[in-house]
Design a protein around this ligand. Structure first.
Ligand SMILES: C[S@@+](CC[C@H](N)C(=O)[O-])C[C@H]1O[C@@H](n2cnc3c(N)ncnc32)[C@H](O)[C@@H]1O
Length: 275
């Protein structure tokens, strides 16, 4: 049996480690959930208690364990076409204009999905983009999908989902996902959509290797885990990478920590980068 007792000191130690490495603030009411998640790592390492796990994290061998700890504590909840209004805005107001502007001279369109979780969000982006782009080859179109959690990124790249994830989807968007039967009672997103996306690990609080510009950035439902200072610094970096006239989508309960001089709110959690 795993002993999941977590002393105040151990909780403080874990919280500090997670904040330093991922910017995630573990709030007090999340302690029970954290204990459960740590128990997974305790078991995987053949240890007997969370206390032993904390002791292990203090040894030099623990460097390899930090990414596993981060994978364990991240919340990956997501779904296809979650917060539908963003995909409608992208499909009707953003992409047709970008395609018209950039087509004919192999212009680039770049979208970054910055907390992509298990892939439902970038595949929804790919689905509406393919719908607007059709088969045209005169636009260089790419989606970059990143997340800190390597386990969840592997799931996203595999693109295999259980059919009940699609059952509740509105009938106008479901066909856009171009599902293929994977033969195991599961459905796989088609090659066509998968090829539009590059999945990479990226920690939002570390250095970003990309130089941009991006026409659209999705950063939804991850700011809730960060403190004000972390949010503000990530926002500044988004603005630097966004093309003038580009769009930033935040999650439903998220807003800017304070008004940003270069971002204008133009819809429900939709911001436009000013020229
Ligand atoms: C709740 S999910 C949101 C998924 C999707 N954006 C959506 O709105 O449906 C939050 C995601 O943020 C990721 N995340 C947490 N901290 C991160 C960090 N420091 N850098 C990058 N991604 C992070 C988690 O791994 C998780 O997949």
């Amino acid at each position: 049996m795993t002993d999941v007792t977590l002393t105040r000191d151990d909780m403080g130690f874990i919280s500090k480690l997670v904040y330093e490495h991922a910017g995630i603030v573990i709030r007090e009411h999340k302690e029970a959930m954290t204990r459960g998640r740590l128990a997974r790592r305790v078991k995987a390492l053949g240890l007997h208690s969370v206390a032993e796990y904390c002791a292990y994290l203090k040894t030099p061998q623990a460097a390899d364990e930090i990414p596993e700890l981060i994978n364990a504590v991240t919340t990956n909840h997501t779904s296809f076409f979650r917060e539908r209004h963003h995909f409608d805005h992208l499909r009707k107001d953003v992409l047709p204009r970008l395609v018209q502007e950039r087509s004919g001279r192999r212009g680039r369109i770049r979208i970054w999905c910055s907390a992509a979780s298990s892939g439902e969000e970038p595949y929804s982006i790919a689905a509406v983009s393919r719908d607007v782009l059709g088969n045209r080859s005169d636009v260089d179109f790419k989606i970059l999908a990143t997340d800190i959690d390597t386990d969840i990124l592997a799931k996203a790249e595999a693109a295999i989902y259980s059919p009940d994830q699609f059952d509740r989807l509105p009938s106008d968007v479901k066909p856009l996902l171009k599902l293929e039967n994977s033969g195991r009672g599961e459905a796989r997103i088609s090659d066509d959509l998968r090829r539009m996306i590059a999945f990479k690990r990226l920690n939002l609080i570390e250095r970003w290797p990309m130089s941009g510009p991006f026409d659209v950035i999705f950063c939804r439902n991850v700011f809730i885990y960060f403190d004000t200072q972390t949010k503000a610094s990530i926002l500044d970096r988004f603005v630097t990478l966004l093309a003038p006239g580009g769009f930033l989508y935040l999650g439903h309960s998220e807003s800017l920590p304070q008004p940003h001089p270069q971002l204008r709110l133009i819809g429900r959690t939709i911001y436009e980068r000013l020229p």
